[in-house]
Design a protein around this ligand. Structure first.
Ligand code: ATP
Ligand code: MG
Length: 597
């Protein structure tokens, strides 16, 4: 929707452009309790619901809904709303539905409906019903006629910019439309003709007649219907007038029997309008109540469909499910366990004050969960050859192959072990070797002994260089007495390194990720978040070598590459692994720094 369309309150008003408020604020901060690691502590919303139950409001019933507009993919912020809606209902034995707020044909698509439903299921929540606001268009139209007939709404023929300007602002009076007091019959006639498609977009709109001097800008004769000639993904071309968010939302809640309509803080100023609409209709239903909480936002990323959509459209990411995106589809591809997301949403609690969470705090939960379940594997991302010059050969001249049983997950003995092949033809990380070791470099250098994880102690003896003097191969000897990695004489080494036997390796590509946005608050300086994009948010490493069993990792599965982090196998491209998170708990370090300060 363009700024200046009739439903847009003027500059200076709390709400920003659009039929729905967009979140300009900078926040912070199921049940299927199986969806989360631990049961939620109570929050102010559930305390309120508890009180309603005790007082018999709604006959003790609890019904919530998650109301996405199908105009993009869900992001991590939506996960907070979804968790809140489902966990609130389920902790009182109530139900939660999904209702698509599909009231704008120009921006909504079936692709988004489908992705939203899939993402909710992925999080581990199962809506009792899936509803659509568009199913209520006829009822909403009838109720609009009711308002007009009761002299509570009128057709305004002014354009959007004029209506916006006349709305005034705080401390500035509103100006009444010259059409405000037109006869009821005239509005009824024009509204019917609006529906019949006689007029162009923007030619007129239906407005509630409330109070042009109200301190609440949303009560200054808000727009209830606008003309849209676009094709709707469900009602097709049946309608050319569409209800605004404010006209559709509360009534849809009432029709469905929602008891507690939980939404984010930017709707706080809409609540009087939400209640006004319900108060003035002949509802056969109980009136739902709207409750607001703070949006979930993070540092170094954006949680706004509009901004995410722009990134997709401009090609700065590979799509909605790019692993750098804060979309649920992106986080899924990145390897985030859905229960880490819902657990985080529960652990941070529910606030009525906006704040921005450090992205590291979410990563800490992801790491904690993956540590418990991810199988350990060895992979070398930037290989350099390590040749054991005293490795034995068989009688037929072929090199000996030894097999080691390595623990799959020290956190979970039930995961058992796997067999990994070892030979004298190895690769190690090139950064694990230094020709001129700097102080405190305890890894491999000529003359130094280190442990090859689970296998043997080895000592570098020499290097092979290319014409430019770069080391291309490290020569070493192994100590046959140290099988398993320990010396019988008890001598210690300072470093244990991962390795892969080249004849038994599987080729891999690894995608390493950094923050999508360099700035903590993207767009803070210029107003345009894309200005703060981190140009180095992805590093693609080809030519990595992993132990043979990595060829069997199924798409979507996450393993730990020892010493390197957790990596998720791409669901579509075999051999491609996305780094989910590194091993270092940066959140713990941040907290320690904060405590010191
Ligand atoms: P966006 O601003 O990203 O487009 P939206 O609010 O327009 O999001 P909707 O599809 O209307 O997207 O959102 C559905 C529900 O999700 C609403 O109840 C909204 O309040 C909630 N929601 C959206 N973003 C967040 C967030 N960052 N934190 C918590 N809840 C959110
Ligand atoms: Mg919004």
């Amino acid at each position: 929707m363009t700024a200046g369309s009739p439903e847009t309150p003027s500059a200076g008003a709390t709400p920003s452009a659009g039929a729905k408020p967009s979140a300009g604020a900078k926040p912070s901060a199921g049940a299927k309790p199986a969806a989360t690691e631990r049961p939620a502590a109570s929050d102010f919303i559930r305390e309120r619901v508890q009180r309603d139950i005790e007082q018999g409001t709604f006959g003790g019933r609890v019904q919530t809904r998650f109301p996405p507009e199908p105009n993009g993919y869900l992001h991590i912020g939506h996960a907070k709303a979804i968790t809140q809606d489902f966990v609130t209902a389920e902790s009182f034995g109530g139900i939660c539905n999904v209702r698509f707020d599909d009231t704008n044909p120009d921006t909504e698509e079936v692709e988004f409906v489908e992705s939203i439903l899939a993402d909710i299921e992925w999080l581990g929540f199962h809506p009792a019903n899936v509803f659509y606001a568009s199913d209520y268009f006829e009822q909403l139209y009838d109720w609009a006629l009711h308002l007009i007939s009761n002299n509570l709404a009128y057709v305004d023929e002014q354009d959007g910019d004029t209506i916006s300007a006349q709305r005034g602002g705080y401390g500035r009076p509103g100006i009444e439309s010259p059409y405000r007091d037109r006869p009821v019959a005239e509005s009824l006639d024009l509204f019917a003709r609006m529906r019949a498609g006689e007029f162009d977009e923007g030619a007129m709109c239906l407005r509630a007649k409330i109070d042009m001097q109200s301190d609440n800008m949303w009560l200054r004769d808000p727009v209830l219907y606008r003309i849209r000639h676009g094709h709707h993904h469900r009602t097709h071309d049946a309608w050319v007038i569409y209800p605004t968010y404010d006209w559709a939302h509360g009534q849809s809640d009432a029709i469905e029997g929602v008891t507690h309509s939980i939404c984010t803080l930017e709707f706080d100023s809409h609540r009087p309008l939400y209640d006004w609409c319900l108060d003035n209709l002949p509802l056969p239903y109980e009136q739902p109540q709207q409750i607001e909480f703070a949006r979930l936002e993070f540092t170094h990323t954006v949680t706004s469909k509009r901004r995410l959509k722009k990134m997709v459209a401009e090609g700065v990411v590979d799509g909605w499910d790019d692993p750098r995106m804060p979309t649920l589809a992106g986080l899924r591809r990145r390897g985030y366990p859905p229960s880490a997301i819902t657990t985080f949403c529960v652990e941070i609690g529910t606030a009525r004050t906006n704040a921005r969470h450090a992205i590291e705090s979410l990563e800490a939960v992801v790491r904690r969960q993956l540590n418990a379940v991810a199988q350990r594997r060895m992979a070398v991302l930037r290989p350099i050859k390590l040749t054991l010059t005293n490795w034995p050969t068989n009688d037929d001249g072929t090199p000996v192959v030894e097999w080691f049983d390595l623990t799959n997950n020290p956190e979970n003995p039930d995961d058992g072990t796997r067999r990994v092949a070892f030979t004298g033809n190895l690769v190690i990380e090139s950064e694990d070797f230094a020709l001129d070791p700097p102080p405190k470099f305890f890894r491999l250098s000529v003359g130094r002994e280190v442990r090859l994880r689970g296998a043997y102690l080895v000592t570098a003896t020499d290097v092979v260089t290319d014409d430019d003097g770069n080391v291309v191969e490290v020569l070493a000897t192994y100590d046959p007495e140290t099988r398993g990695g320990d010396a019988p004489d008890g001598r210690k080494v300072k470093s244990t390194m991962h390795w892969v036997s080249v004849p038994h390796s599987t080729p891999l590509t690894a995608a390493l990720y950094d923050r999508l946005f360099a700035a903590e608050v993207p767009g803070e300086a210029t107003g345009e978040s894309l200005d703060d994009l981190n140009p180095n948010s992805r590093e693609l490493l080809t030519g990595c070598l992993g132990e043979a069993s990595l060829a069997d990792v199924e798409g979507g599965q996450v393993v730990q590459f020892e010493r390197l982090g957790y990596f998720a196998a791409d669901p579509d491209q075999p051999g491609l692994f996305h780094r989910t998170v590194g091993l270092k708990d940066e959140w713990a370090a941040i907290q320690r720094r904060q405590q010191k300060a």
